[in-house]
Structures are given as structure tokens and as C-alpha cells.
Design a protein around this ligand. Structure first.
Ligand code: SF4
Length: 218
């Protein structure tokens, strides 16, 4: 059930992390502006009409066009999304954030069909966005007491193998996604062999899902 995302759902859109490799912002500000919720581009917004949607036996990536747990998101928006999820008990929902410290605010209201994910592209401190540092995200995920956690290493950025594996092990995710950026954003990428090595080590203690894997851009 938790292998393939079968739906995306965006009751909240927009993001202020300003990642250099963000594809969602580009899409929101160009091809999607004819849709009501994107008429202000990537400005954070709650699309109330999306909250009435129901899903049956799907694995839903919730808010892939933004970051639901960004510091700018009002608590009421998050509570509304969590309430809406309770109406689709046969489906699972994946959240992915670069601000996982906010997950702990809602521990007593999470429905059971949630996977709480964090993007951690590397263990190093490359400045590719305004999001909390990868080390801060790592610490928040370690501190988060929740049974179904996920780490997304996408887009993968060069890392220190031993240290990065330790980070993921400390977090104890049920699954790790690994993938390179879809386009050349001039990120300092690891070599393909280094990435494969990482994946092999991770698969010794968690499930590794392979996303886009390729040779690094020069
Ligand atoms: S966190 Fe995601 S949605 Fe937000 S700017 Fe970065 S890539 Fe875009």
C-alpha cells in the first residue's frame, strides 16, 4: 500500500522556502494560473473546496505543491486538512516537509492513516533554500515519536556517507525515497556509484524506494 503514490491532493498550496530547484513554484506561476487556487501563483493559500474530497484505497501525497508545515501556515489550515483526512480512512496520506519541527504540534490529533515525511537532501550544509538546515530537520525527525516516518532524499545532494547513513538510522523511517533532481539546477550532486552505495547501506535497515537515478550532471 505504501509503495506507489496513487494520488496527489493540494488543499493548501504555496511555499516560502524558496528552494533553488523548486519545480512547483514554476508550475504554479505559469501553466496553472488558469486554476482558481493558483491565480496568485505560489502564494500560500487554503483551497477550502478541496477539503470535501474523499479518497478510497489510495496512497495520497498531500500538498506536493507547497509545504503544509511551513512556519507561515496557520494552525487552523493544518487542522482542517487533518480533519478532512479523517473522512478517507481506507487511504493513506503522505506529508513531506522541510520544517518537521511543526509535526510535534499536532501529535494528539493525527489520524492513524498518515506517513510523516521530511526532505533531507544531504547531511551537509549547502545553501539551496531558506528552509531550516538539514541538521535541524534531522534532529526534529529523531525527536518525533511517531510510528510511520519517511525520509525523502530528493533531490540528492553530495553527502558524507557514514554520517548520512547514521542520520537516517537515527530517524528510523519506514521508508526512504532516493532520487536526483529532474533537471539540471547546478546542485553539487554525488556520483551515481556513491548514491548506489548509500542506497545499499540504507536498505540494510529500511525500505528504499528508487526515484530518478542517473549519472550526475557535470
Ligand atoms: S520546499 Fe518544496 S515547494 Fe517549497 S520551495 Fe522547496 S521545493 Fe518548492
Amino acid at each position: 500500500m505504501l509503495d506507489e503514490i496513487t494520488k496527489t491532493w493540494n488543499p493548501v498550496i504555496g511555499c516560502l522556502h524558496n528552494c533553488s530547484y523548486c519545480w512547483a513554484r514554476g508550475l504554479a506561476e505559469t501553466r496553472l494560473t488558469h486554476i482558481e487556487k493558483y491565480k496568485d501563483g505560489f502564494k500560500p493559500k487554503l483551497a477550502e473546496y478541496e477539503l470535501s474530497k474523499r479518497f478510497r484505497k489510495k496512497y495520497v501525497f498531500a500538498v506536493d505543491m507547497g509545504d503544509l508545515f511551513g512556519d507561515w501556515v496557520p494552525k487552523e489550515w493544518i487542522l482542517k486538512v487533518l480533519d478532512a483526512i479523517k473522512n478517507s480512512p481506507s487511504s493513506y496520506f503522505l506529508f513531506l516537509t522541510k520544517n518537521p519541527k511543526r509535526y510535534s504540534e499536532f501529535l494528539d490529533v493525527y489520524p492513524e492513516n498518515l506517513v510523516l515525511g521530511a526532505t533531507i537532501e544531504t547531511n551537509r550544509e549547502y545553501k539551496v533554500s531558506n528552509a531550516p538546515s538539514t541538521h535541524e530537520r534531522y534532529k526534529s525527525m529523531v525527536d518525533l515519536s511517531y510510528p510511520t516516518k519517511l525520509v525523502s532524499i530528493e533531490p540528492i545532494i553530495d553527502f558524507d556517507l557514514e554520517e548520512f547513513v547514521k542520520w537516517i538510522k537515527d530517524i528510523q523511517p519506514i521508508q526512504v525515497h532516493v532520487g536526483y533532481a529532474n533537471y539540471n539546477h547546478h546542485l553539487p550532486e554525488p556520483s551515481l556509484s556513491k548514491t548506489r552505495n548509500l542506497m545499499a547501506l540504507l536498505s540494510q535497515f529500511t525500505k528504499v524506494k528508487t526515484l530518478r537515478i542517473r549519472e550526475k550532471y557535470d
